[in-house]
Design a protein around this ligand. Sequence first.
Ligand code: COI
Length: 349
Amino acid sequence: MKITQSPSSRIGEIDFDKLVFGTQFTDHMLVCTYRNGKWEEPEIKPYGPMMFSPSMHTLHYGQALFEGLKAYYMDNGAIGIFRPDMNAKRLNHSARRMFMPEFPEDMFVEGVTQLVEIDKAWVPKKSGHSLYLRPFMFGSSEFVAARPSEEFIFCIIMSPVGPYYAGDVKVKVEETYTRSATGGVGSTKCAGNYGGAFFATDQAKKEGYTQVIWTDHKNHELIEESGTMNVGFVIDDTFITPPLSDRILAGITRDSILSLLRSSDIVAKVEERPIKVEEVVAAAKEGRLKEAFGMGTAAVISQISVIGFRGTDYSISTPPDGYAMKIKKALNDIRMGTAEDKNNWMVTL
Ligand code: COI
């Protein structure tokens, strides 16, 4: 891997006590070009603007996808990256569906590791803070013919981050707009899945909510995701989350939480099964909906305090020592190195 060091660092400009998610970037980035049917040698170089022609493919046809993962400053002073192999696999799942070239998984993990190593001073030390890595890939051919791009750029940039949401979130059950449909691209992290969600989210925000709960495209009966996150409910003593499908993103936080719940006694039962809006609303009315939360890389776990459905707001408790916070702590302990990493999730530098 070619490495060009930045002649100076911008780290002195960063107020690590006032980080705003994804707005400030470290000194270096990784760039790799796909040309003539193969990936060229990746390069780590100073973070900075890229030059493109207005005919660049991705601007017109959106063959673009991204990933998100985090590096942590651990209790013993080591730096650990959480499950980068899973991101490499998911990137390639997205790439296949978006008709883009797969990026070699070992090169992905190696690139991530080397980039974090070179900018390791940027990993925030404060609890609940981390270095967010944003790998992404886009079609970079310069033509507007509506056929697949032939050249692609894979890039990783990194941003020191604090908590994603300021507190708990209020969600509205979305029954008009749809995030994904069977046979579509909902299980990928393609850019359009996020761009396509902004309008519905803005409508919900105007009604006083933070995010939407996405429901199925056919009847809007089944709960699918919450905002940019997977969603889970604790009803009585059971954790329930919708099963993966081609409409739902295979969240790495979701997977990690399921694994932790199955090997602990935080909840009595764990179920991955379709869950209807009416089941959640009935449980809320009967006082059996103990907690609800979103699960994602950016926010980790985000407690849901209100679910709005057809004009009625159902309040849900967000106890500081409840299920969501116990799960968050269990995950955090692994990330900090204060609990045993039984599944070898941390890649330490
Ligand atoms: C998530 O963690 O929920 C994400 O997908 C990242 C977000 C910034 C789009």
